[in-house]
Ligand binder design. Structure first.
Ligand SMILES: *Cc1c(COP(=O)(O)O)cnc(C)c1O
Length: 348
């Protein structure tokens, strides 16, 4: 096999990742601070994220599926891993073999776990109003969990990124649960939930997006640092004459002679067409606005101000998540998890 360098780079700032985790941990007061690393660490690379955060003191990690759990083996020393989707009909082999806890999500899953006779600690998700995953409160209080060795009892906030009255309602429901269902620990807050205040932190918080540079609520602005920096390469520089157009549909037309850089990144890499109108890149501090439509593997940038730029040079793609979310209409989550496999991920 010959080693071929990846055509695109996703530079990951591990110091920013750790700083974000520390800030989130501090907001939770005495609560431990875990990390959601599902979807390959929100697209950044779950293994590298887990290694960095574990070295910083993080002990509790969450993935969605058993395949994601298996890809993380062997776990760093002293680390606990939970699988949010729980145990479906085909998951018992993995659940038995892997050192990870299922988050049991339904009476049926609880039954499956009991029948397997594991007796090992599990986690349990109770739904307090989102109606996504979890036992209903009545089920949890009605005996479905009796005798189960519950490590962490979880619930998930539906509207924590908004000033919604649903937050207080879910908090009250979770407090009532905590009073009546025995578990070693209780956990409610995601990134946005952490920003709602220490009342929401309980024993363990589970941030995801804010670790990776997302700003879930105003309270986090100025505290959360960008982690992911995509970089694309200039394949070609061309002089577009006044009046000529660029790209599919000829949506951009040159108002004057313009130097245009064609970069090797497109919507197949998760850089979607909705970046048109607001996207851009920089090269040595010079701004290169995106022009025309984004293609599958190519994007054009106005390089008029980037004197000295050459074919083969790397462009830093603008990727401040809150800004991009406004410009594109995509969520900060989609902006990260959509970045594709042609990006080589580099932690530095
Ligand atoms: C994804 C997820 C989180 C993390 O949420 P963020 O909004 O990314 O902080 C926490 N808990 C559960 C159950 C999740 O599914």
């Amino acid at each position: 096999m010959i080693a071929i360098a990846p055509p695109l780079r996703l530079r990951l700032d591990s110091a920013a990742l750790v700083a974000n985790w520390r800030w989130l941990a501090a907001q939770g007061g005495a609560a431990a601070c875990g990390a959601a690393i599902k979807a390959d660490g929100y697209g950044l690379g779950a293994c590298a994220v887990m290694a960095r955060l574990a070295a910083a003191g993080c002990r509790d990690f969450f993935v969605a599926t058993w395949a994601e759990a298996a890809a993380l083996m062997p776990l760093p020393q002293g680390v606990s891993l939970s699988v949010l989707h729980g145990i479906g009909p085909d998951d018992m082999v993995a659940a038995r073999l892997l050192p990870a806890r299922p988050v049991l999500n339904s009476v049926e899953q609880v039954q499956r776990w009991r029948e397997a006779g594991e007796g090992q600690p599990c986690d349990v998700m109770v739904d307090t109003g989102m109606n996504r995953l979890g036992l209903r409160v009545e089920e949890a209080l009605g005996g479905a969990l009796d005798g189960l060795a519950i490590d962490t009892l979880l619930s998930h906030l539906a509207s924590a990124d908004e000033d919604s009255e649903q937050n207080a309602r879910q908090l009250a429901a979770f407090r009532a649960l905590r009073a009546r269902v025995r578990a070693r620990r209780y956990s409610l807050a995601n990134s946005a939930g952490i920003c709602l205040g220490v009342d929401y932190a309980f024993d363990l918080t589970r941030p995801g997006i804010a670790l990776y540079g997302g700003t879930p609520r105003e309270e986090a602005r100025g505290h959360i640092r960008q982690v992911a920096y995509p970089e694309a390469r200039v394949l070609q520089l061309r002089e577009v004459r006044v009046g000529e157009s660029v790209g599919y549909g000829a949506t951009w037309r040159a108002a004057r002679d313009t130097r245009v850089a064609i970069a090797n990144m497109g919507y197949a890499d998760g850089y979607l067409r909705c970046h048109a109108g607001s996207g851009g890149a920089t090269w040595h501090g010079r701004a290169l606005p995106l022009i025309g439509r984004v293609s599958m593997d190519l994007t054009a940038f106005d390089a008029s101000r980037a004197e000295g730029l050459r074919e083969g040079d790397w462009l830093a793609i603008d990727y401040d998540l809150p800004t991009l979310a406004i410009g594109t209409g995509l969520s900060q989550y989609e902006l990260l998890t959509g970045l594709g496999p042609r990006f080589g991920r580099f932690m530095c």
